[in-house]
Design a protein around this ligand. Structure first.
Ligand code: PMT
Length: 411
């Protein structure tokens, strides 16, 4: 599967660096051409010679080597790579990469590459769970990097917890998975909505909700990775535009989201509505800041358009409509009701009361409910991984629809 693929393996300075030797060896056995870039820290754990013997290529560890032939090596490696894998990735390396620093060969090369980058963090549990490290990882993931999450177990520091580099065969499996042909979304127009809408009350106040956009942005990123032309319609979110997405339209209110979605619906093949759209808006928006003269304030709210319901009514047979249901009780019953009422092909039901699910978390716990009555229950997983599984299901529905159209034409 990795035949003729050029993989740059970045090795940073952690005890798990010894496992990188087996990773390099497995990648090579799977057919890849492996070029290793080491940091100075990594060389305290393992020597370049080991990698040179395993890969058959010289190892790069400095920007300042006196090379016999002129070659801007970090650019050459950056251009040549089909994929960059950093295993292990230390907290220090992750922090530097998240800031865009370029103070050694590996970080400099990474700034110059447009190849997919996969990192496998490995460190002490407290370091991994430290909010700074987590924020740095999130930054990189939102720019399109893929994280292979560390495993749990005994750590070199004597403690036990999350932070172990996964076994080399697991890492190589993940890399092979990324090279699998993903063509079924290629050229398809995927419309994704994300984050919550906000409904003004006066010039300084609004009604909003807790959606961060993480779920919808993960879906948009993954769809782009699979070759789709992606329009992302987003409510206010602190997340940067996902890499590869063709257009990001930032809106505020449900009405603005409706207009942006409707403008694009006819050309869309697939619509995935992960946004948390406010169901109501203030009937009268005050022109000036409302003064707190009274002890109580009554707001009259009016219903917003139900965008998904409107799409369900307009939907053509060749279009796929996916909704989300954020519930706090009767998850399956309410989600199925929405699936039918809004004429959806699939609904993603999340019980947002569960820890690790729903709003503003990196993970989600969901069930996929299909049109045919099927229910697929999934364990807690990163929203990025869930986005992949969701698009796998969408691709299956697409295939079935194409097949049905084929039969219609040929019978
Ligand atoms: O953004 P994150 O912090 O990552 O959080 C993710 C999430 C919890 C927001 C997401 O996983 C999710 O559940 N999104 C849907 C939230 C929601 O509004 O659910 P709902 O049950 O109220 O709406 C059902 C469906 O109808 C949704 O697809 C919604 O986009 C759509 N809808 C709802 C109301 C409305 N007026 N118009 C709509 O299109």
């Amino acid at each position: 599967m990795l035949e003729n693929k050029k993989i740059v393996l970045g090795v940073t300075g952690g005890i798990a660096a010894y496992k990188s030797v087996e990773i390099a060896s497995r990648l090579k056995k799977a057919g890849a051409e492996v070029h290793v870039v080491m940091t100075r820290g990594a060389e305290n754990f393992i020597t370049p010679l080991t990698f040179r013997e395993i890969t058959g290529h010289s190892v790069t560890d400095t920007m300042w080597a006196d090379v016999p032939e002129y070659n801007v090596e970090h650019i050459a490696l950056a251009k040549m790579a089909d994929l960059v894998l950093i295993a292990p990735a230390t907290a220090n390396f992750i922090a530097k990469a998240a800031c865009g620093m370029a103070d050694d060969m590996l970080t400099t090369m990474l700034l110059a590459t447009d190849a997919p980058v996969v990192m496998a963090p490995a460190m002490n549990t407290a370091m991994y769970e430290n909010p700074v490290t987590q924020e740095n990882i999130r930054k990189l993931v939102s720019r399109g990097w893929i994280e292979i999450r560390p495993a749990s177990g005994n750590l070199a520091c004597g403690s036990s917890g999350v932070g172990r580099l996964p076994e080399p065969n697991q890492i190589v499996d993940e890399v092979q998975e990324l090279f699998k042909e993903r063509t079924s979304l290629s050229g398809r127009h995927v419309l994704v909505t994300a984050a919550g809408t906000i409904e003004p009350i006066d010039p300084v106040r609004y009604i909003g909700n807790r959606s961060s956009g993480k779920m919808g942005y993960a879906v948009a990123l993954e769809a782009a990775r699979r070759g789709a032309i992606v329009s992302l319609i987003s409510g206010p979110s602190a997340l940067p535009d996902p890499i590869g997405v063709s257009e990001v339209v930032r809106i505020e209110s449900a009405k603005e989201m409706r207009d942006a979605v409707m403008d694009r619906f006819d050309s869309a093949d697939i619509v995935i509505k992960a946004a948390a759209v406010a169901d109501y808006h203030a009937k009268n928006v005050s022109e000036h800041k409302i003064k707190k003269d009274d002890d109580t304030l009554t707001l009259v709210l009016e219903k917003n358009p139900d965008i998904l319901m409107e799409l369900g009514k307009k939907k053509r047979n060749d279009q796929i409509l996916v909704g989300f249901a954020a519930e706090t009780r009767n998850l399956l019953e309410y989600a199925r009701h929405k699936l039918e009422k809004k004429n959806l092909d699939l609904i993603v039901a999340n019980d947002v009361t569960r820890r690790g699910a729903g709003f503003n978390t990196d993970t989600n716990i969901v069930r996929f409910l299909g049109r045919d009555g099927s229910v697929e229950e999934l364990p807690m997983m990163l929203k990025s991984k869930l986005a992949g599984l969701l698009l796998d299901r969408v691709e299956e529905i697409l295939e079935k629809k194409n097949h049905a159209d084929y039969k219609k034409v040929h019978i």
